[in-house]
Design a protein around this ligand. Sequence first.
Ligand SMILES: Cc1cc2nc3c(=O)[nH]c(=O)nc-3n(C[C@H](O)[C@H](O)[C@H](O)COP(=O)(O)OP(=O)(O)OC[C@H]3O[C@@H](n4cnc5c(N)ncnc54)[C@H](O)[C@@H]3O)c2cc1C
Length: 415
Amino acid sequence: MSEPTTFSDSPQSAEIAVIGGGVIGMAIALRLARDGREVVVIEPNEAGSGASFGNAGTIADYGVLPVANPGVLRNLAALAFDRDSPLSVRLAALPGLTPWIARFLRNCLPARAEANAAALGELLHDATSLWLEFAAEIGASGHLHRNGGLYAYDTPQAMTAGAAEAAFRRRHGVELELLDGPQVAQMEPRLKPVAGAQFFPNAVNIDDPGEVMQKLATSLTEAGVLMVPRAVRRLERRGGRVHLLGDGLAIAVGTAVIAAGAHSRALSAQAGDPLPLDTERGYHIEYDMTEPLLRRVVCPVARGFYAVPMAGRLRFAGTVELGGLGLPPDPARHALLERGARAMFPHLGTPDRCWFGFRPSMPDSIPVIRRGRLGGDVILAFGHGHLGLALAPRTARMVARLVAEQLGSAARRGR
Ligand SMILES: Cc1cc2nc3c(=O)[nH]c(=O)nc-3n(C[C@H](O)[C@H](O)[C@H](O)COP(=O)(O)OP(=O)(O)OC[C@H]3O[C@@H](n4cnc5c(N)ncnc54)[C@H](O)[C@@H]3O)c2cc1C
C-alpha cells in the first residue's frame, strides 16, 4: 500500500470527510460544521446535481407506504405489461438486478410492508418541521410552500381500490382527507376532472430543488466546509485512520461518512458492509410557464409521477425504471411522462427540457443510516430511495449523533 501523495486542491487529512455532495451529504456536512467539526465534502461533480436536483421537490411526510408493498404483488401483471405502467425493467440490466428484485418482492409481503412502514413513519414524523427549520438556516424558506398534496384517482373504482392504501397510511399516523371530484376541482380548477383524491394537508413542496441545492452549497462554504472536487475510488482503514483514495485524491480522516447516493455500494462494501443498494432510475420533464397550472403537488396515482408547480415551470417527475447505473436514459420513459402530462392538461405541447437520474434504493425502502459494521469511523448514510429530499435534515441529525458518539468513545480510548 502506498503512502498518501500531496495534491494541490485536496488536503491530506481532515477530521471528517463526507463522500458525496447531494442533499444527504451536504445536509450532514452542514450539521457537523455547525457542531464545530472540521469537515470536507468530496464530490466530483457540481454539488447537488444528482438525484437531489431532479426530484419532485415534495417533503412527503405521508410517504410511509414502502415502494415494496402488497399492492405491487396484486397489480404485478398490469405493472409489468401495461404500456403506460410507471414501472419498467431494462432487460440488459436484469441479470445484475435479479437479487435486488427478489429481495424487493419478499418485502412486498404484508408483514414486511407493515414493519417497513413503521420504520418509515418513525423517520418521517418530523420531516416537515425539520425542513422548515433547515430551510431557514440556509436562506431557502421562500422556496417552501405548505399547500398540501393530492393523490388523484381517475375513476370511482380506482378511488375505492385506493381505500386500502388510505387505511394503511392512516394506520401509520398519516393525516389525510378523502375528497370527491368536485372538491378536487375546487382546489385545482385547471386539472382535468378526476373521480376523487386523497389529500395530505401537511405536505410541503420545494419550488426549485436545484436552487435550494445551490443555497445549501453556499451555506457550506460560509460555514468553512471545503469542497474537494474528486471521486473516492477506494476506502482503506489503516493506522487508526480511514484513507480515501482516487485520481488526485489521498486523504486520511478520522471519520468518513459514505453519502454517495446510488453510487455508495462499492465504497460501503470496501468498508465491510456489503449491502443490496441499487437504483430506481427516475425521469422528469418540464414546461415553462409564468403562472403554474397547479397550486399544489398532484400525483395521478395510476401513472406513478408527480405534477409539481415549480418556479416558472411545471415539472412532471417520477416513474421507476430498474436498469442499474450504466445504461443511457430511455426516451420512451420521457414519452410516457409526456403522455401523462397531456392526460392531465391536454393543451400541453413539447416539454422545454427533460432529465433523468438515480434514486439510491434499498429493496425495503429503508435508508441505511448507521455506523459501519467494522467500526464507527465509517458511517453509512445512503439508500433514501423516493424520500431522500424529505429525510435529509433528519439524516443529518442522526449522523451528527453517531459522529459525536464515535468521537466521544475515541477520546475515552485515548485517555
Ligand atoms: C424523479 C425523482 C423524483 C423524486 N422525488 C422526490 C421527492 O419528491 N421527495 C423526496 O424526498 N425525494 C424524491 N426523490 C428522491 C431523492 O431525490 C433522493 O433520494 C435524494 O436526492 C438522494 O440524495 P443523495 O444525496 O443520497 O444522492 P444524490 O443527490 O444522487 O447525491 C450523491 C452524490 O454523490 C456523488 N458521488 C457519487 N460517487 C461518488 C464518489 N465515488 N466519490 C464522491 N462522490 C460521489 C455524486 O456525484 C452525487 O452528487 C426523487 C428522485 C427522483 C429521481
